[in-house]
Design a binder for this molecule. Structure first.
Ligand code: ATP
Ligand code: MG
Length: 425
């Protein structure tokens, strides 16, 4: 036998047994986003490498170590997108969607990062991203958080997620803080791990993010970012908290939440869980008021977030209340050659009259018992049986596969009435 070619490490197939859950999650999200007036934008998966370098930042994990970058045939440096915000801003600028107006947009699709694959962390993964442009106040920050909170409720996940908030304040306030933090960290340089020593020059705020227990005590005593907040940022943060309080949304102010991308300012937030091991962040975002201008557009305030679909799916697998629709409602068995054409016609007729139902027609013939076994395996609620007797009498035998209910023999009109009850469920 020829050697099989395997998928690339960290890039997963999502199998038919799993796609029902994905589709249901995607349906819920689409409806939720529409309910808040957000419209979908679809961007390419490949962009010029410079787009990500200029937006995410040269000294970030993503740009330094995680990007899939390659030379196009004509020598241009291209990159598989590691996230969606940069592309969304690029598209918004390119098509004049952002200037002098407000825009609420979302997108869904694969992202690529060369990380060490583990549970909840892959090299191709999927995000739903949501971005709002042209709005500077804390009201829109609150709206985005309210929207995610509603989603958790709809998915039955609200008990397992905690909201963490922080403000990265203005660029100048953050620069002052950076100086103070760097000075403090230098005093404790002996305690810093290798990664942190490297970041001391390039991106010291990221050291606060470290999960290294040996540094925990030292970091807990570090100067606090909130001590350096400028007045507007302080007010903005208070405005956001007031709105969350009014909506009854609980949060924790995490002074050490800094996020891994350079473009953030003011509000940053994460929804975290302890049910996924180390990969605890399910949804993360914040304000990026400078990015549109940085990428060549007119200065435009902006805020957004992204959710990791794989992590949500992993959580949903643990939640019983998340119902996934059946793949098949009705399995139609055709027993004997004489039933085959009428069965196909019957399946089409049911699809005409009850398009909401999922009808699977048995193909390939075979004995009644084998067909019934297939019907059961399909997950269908009802098996319809058409044999020579049924064809002659113009009736259909109905077998309830999941209920303790007697088999019945029905005319087509009666059958439709029975099948309708499956739709209402
Ligand atoms: P982490 O701290 O887990 O590396 P991040 O800060 O790099 O996350 P973002 O860039 O903010 O993540 O992406 C938003 C969300 O996308 C994350 O909260 C997570 O749910 C998901 N995500 C990010 N990287 C991966 C990955 N490699 N595999 C699966 N999901 C991911
Ligand atoms: Mg990461």
């Amino acid at each position: 036998m020829a050697k099989q070619i395997q998928a690339i490490r960290g890039m997963n197939d999502i199998l038919p047994e799993q796609t029902g859950r994905w589709q249901q999650l995607e349906r819920v999200m689409r409806e939720l986003l529409a309910g808040y007036g957000y419209s979908e934008i679809r961007m390419p998966i490949v962009e010029q490498t410079d787009l990500f370098k200029r937006s995410i930042g040269e000294v970030t994990d993503i740009v330094e170590k995680e990007m899939y970058t390659f030379a196009d045939r004509n020598g241009d440096s291209l990159t598989l997108r590691p996230e969606g915000t940069a592309s969304c801003v690029r598209a918004g600028n390119e098509h004049g969607l952002l200037y002098n107006q407000t825009r609420r947009m979302w997108y869904m699709g694969p992202m690529f990062r060369h990380e060490r694959p583990q549970k909840g962390r892959y090299r191709q993964f999927h995000q739903v991203g949501v971005e709002a442009f042209g709005l500077a106040g804390p009201d829109i920050d609150a709206e985005l958080i309210l929207m995610t909170a509603r989603l958790w409720k709809q998915l039955g996940l609200n008990d397992y997620l905690t909201l963490e908030l922080n403000s990265l304040a203005s660029n100048s306030a953050r620069a002052d803080y950076r100086e103070a933090l760097t000075a403090y960290l230098r005093e404790h340089e002996a305690l810093l791990d290798e990664d942190s020593v490297r970041r001391l020059e390039s991106n010291p705020l990221r050291i606060l993010d470290s999960k290294n227990p040996a540094m925990a005590e030292m970091l807990a005593a570090a100067p606090k970012l909130s001590e350096y907040w400028d007045d507007e940022s302080r007010e903005h943060f208070a405005g956001l908290c007031a709105r969350l309080d009014a909506a009854g949304i609980e949060y924790v102010h995490n002074e050490r939440l800094v996020r891994g991308l350079d473009y953030y300012n003011r509000t940053v937030f994460e929804w975290v869980t302890d049910s996924l091991g180390a990969q605890g962040t399910v949804c993360a975002g914040g304000r990026y008021d400078g990015l549109v201008e940085q990428l060549g557009g007119k200065a435009t305030p902006a805020v957004g977030f992204a959710m990791g679909i794989e992590r949500l799916v992993l959580m949903l697998e643990q939640v019983e209340s998340f119902k996934v629709p059946r793949d098949v409602d009705i399995y139609l068995a055709a027993v004997g050659e004489v039933a085959e054409l009428p069965a196909m016609a019957l399946a089409e007729r049911i699809r005409d009259d009850l398009p909401e139902l999922r009808v699977m027609l048995h193909c390939g013939g075979g004995k009644f018992a084998k067909q019934l076994k297939k019907a059961d395996q399909s997950g269908a609620e009802i098996a319809l049986i058409l044999g020579a007797d049924e064809v002659a009498a113009e009736r259909i035998t109905v077998k309830h596969l999941r209920l303790d209910k007697a088999q019945e023999s029905l005319a087509y009109a009666e059958l439709v009435a029975v099948l309708r009850t499956l739709i209402a469920e």
